[in-house]
Write a protein that binds this ligand. Sequence first.
Ligand SMILES: [Zn+2]
Length: 252
Amino acid sequence: MTPFAEPPATQYDLRFSLLGVPVRIHPFFWLVGLLLGLRGDLTHVKIEELLIWIAVLFVSILVHEFGHAAAVIFYRDRPWIILYGFGGLCCHHPSRHDPWRQIVISFAGPAAGFLLLGFVLSAIHAAEHQVGTVQLGLVPYPVFEPFESANLNFLIVQLIWINFFWGLINLLPIYPLDGGQIAREAFLLSDAGRGVERSLWLSVIAAAGVAVFGVVVLNEIFIALFFGYLAYNSWTILQRYRGFGGGFGGGF
Ligand SMILES: [Zn+2]
């Protein structure tokens, strides 16, 4: 994901460097991860499953952000990564703005998640357990022949779930998801004057559509609230952008 805004540093931040990329983890990352893990039946919380969930979330979001970081490094800029309450950010100061370059960087995050998913499925196959798909609406969703350990099965189910859907959701043409960035650059390539405005309109409509889908079809109030907020967020950016007579240069 790309920033709403870079969160301020706190004394509880965890900082380290991985493969030469500085990583900072804001305490809200763990808090929101915990809350997401506690969804469902609160009277039967399994500590092992909660810990596995947090570990899977941490690794998956880190892999996604390192996908962006690898593309940034490929273009000889210096990335840094932040994990916070809204997920992850991979930031850099672009040495120059180039739509195709930005599209590659935005796409590299979801692509890294799909690679991790492919690696997990290959590992299951290598352990001589069958891998297949079930049709989930329009998309084929990966399933596997379970192992003996319930915790291992839980770990794999979460890894598949998050890397599959996190990648797909991130490719929706909604700000500030990766797909929203890709849509903006694609619109800019075809119409530099009105590209940003058009991509914001698309973002409002797509986010509102997903919010309605979340309530009506999935009956998932969390999805509805999240995308309802993104629709509102895009709408306010659009109003501000028009207020500036189109002079708002992006950069959020
Ligand atoms: Zn991303």
